[in-house]
Design a binder for this molecule. Structure first.
Ligand code: SF4
Ligand code: SF4
Length: 403
């Protein structure tokens, strides 16, 4: 469980020091510091926070802070050691929800709990840009949030109803990229899916989890579970791979079997599905039109919670005549964003992003598709004018004739 670092001891014991994680940890690849590779990070955490044979020094804290929680190590570790989870548990033990400064914590709380604060955020954004303190990697807020464009309610499909879906709208789509949400609504309606947008959703909790603030993340999950469980819908959809990871995996790492929320957590965690993965599974009813576009696919680090998920956009979009997928050499390499990591460790993040941008450029693609809003904003900021980054569902909606 994420709130109990000692519960990961059995995983730590499984590490054979094979060093496979050296090849995949983006932080180690960028700075080549042995202390930053997943296995050393885990060993230092064990010695400092469990065995207490090492002091919890400034350097020890740097080691637990300089982790993107990308889970690349877990994906390639032959023993399946979840170093990313161990880092969250260590942050929880060390910081007790106070890793960030108080003003940042207050802003994050507002964003997580009150998604209808776009007016306030717009003012804050204008001020931050005027003062030159807004990172250029954060895109300008759109005029309207998704919840203003599509208020809570049930939206019928264009023709006969094939399925009924509940749409969990994450903060990235709601606040930064409502175009993704619009595309989801249009494509689902085109394909016979009735969509209910529930009232009262809050952030999935992943920004709090990244801080090790398990209590705040749990509060978010309690609210969302009370809204998403027991709806009777055929599926719960998300367009964001990080929200999906939170509901499918992290939820079950925080809510034990004897918890009163357990049944609801199991229901939501087994029903949550990423929208392109869902459409690929049920099949498109309405055939897309021809669309001339050369694109490449950036696989988000948080897209590994369903085995079919990472290939779903490739397969779904292959049905659009005229489009051409040009693969990168390393489509699954991390982009370096890591939630707020790129704000705290600017140079390191850029060093991780640079080879990714180079890989994208060498494809000659006009567009990059990816299901993570954080990757989208960080990649967009690094690419040249005229190269877009968009959600795969947006590309599909374009092939249905939408802007
Ligand atoms: S890949 Fe896994 S088993 Fe091998 S050194 Fe890294 S953490 Fe240990
Ligand atoms: S989660 Fe990512 S950054 Fe952290 S140790 Fe694993 S591979 Fe490295």
């Amino acid at each position: 469980m994420l709130n109990d670092l000692n519960s990961y001891l059995e995983f730590m014991d499984k590490c054979s020091s094979c060093a496979f994680c050296e090849a995949t940890c983006p932080v180690f690849q960028a700075d080549l510091l042995e202390t930053h590779v997943a296995r050393s990070r885990m060993l230092i955490i064990r010695e400092a926070f469990i065995e207490k044979s090492l002091p919890v020094s400034k350097r020890t804290l740097e080691i637990i802070d300089r982790c993107l929680l990308c889970s690349q190590c877990k994906q390639t570790c032959p023993a399946g050691v979840p170093v990313n989870e161990i880092v969250i548990a260590a942050r929880h033990q060390q910081y007790k929800g106070k890793r960030m400064s108080l003003p940042r914590r207050m802003v994050l709380k507002q964003i997580m709990e009150n998604r209808g604060v776009s007016g306030m955020m717009k003012k804050a954004e204008v001020l931050a840009r005027a003062a030159g303190i807004s990172p250029k990697e954060i895109p300008k807020l759109p005029k309207q949030s998704f919840s203003e464009l599509y208020p809570a309610g049930t939206y019928p499909p264009l023709g006969k109803t094939r399925f009924r879906a509940l749409y969990y709208v994450g903060c990235g789509t709601n606040t930064l990229y409502p175009d993704t949400g619009e595309a989801v609504m249009k494509v689902l309606a085109h394909n016979g899916i009735e969509v209910t947008i529930p009232e009262g959703m809050v952030c999935c909790g992943i920004p709090a989890l990244a801080e090790g603030d398990i209590e705040t993340a749990r509060r978010m999950m309690e609210t969302n579970l009370s809204i998403l469980a027991g709806s009777g819908a055929d599926v719960i959809l998300t367009d964001c791979t990080s929200c999906g990871l939170t509901f499918s995996e992290k939820l079950m790492q925080m809510i034990p079997e004897d918890d009163p929320l357990y049944e609801k957590a199991v229901e939501v965690s087994s029903n949550i599905t990423e929208v392109t993965d869902y459409l690929q599974q049920i099949g498109l009813e309405a055939p897309p039109q021809k669309l001339e576009l050369k694109y490449t696919y950036h696989v988000p680090c948080h897209g590994n919670w369903r085995s079919s998920l990472n290939d779903a956009p490739r397969e779904l979009l292959s049905g659009i005549e005229g489009t051409e997928l040009v693969e990168m050499e390393k489509p699954g390499a991390c982009c370096g964003a890591g939630g707020a990591f790129f704000v705290d460790f600017k140079e390191l993040s850029q060093k991780i992003r640079d080879p990714k941008l180079q890989d994208i450029r060498q494809t000659g693609a006009e567009a990059v598709v990816t299901q993570c809003p954080s990757c989208r904003s960080y990649l967009s900021a690094g690419l040249e004018e005229g190269q877009w980054v968009l959600h795969p569902i947006t590309l599909l909606s374009m092939a249905y004739g939408y802007e």
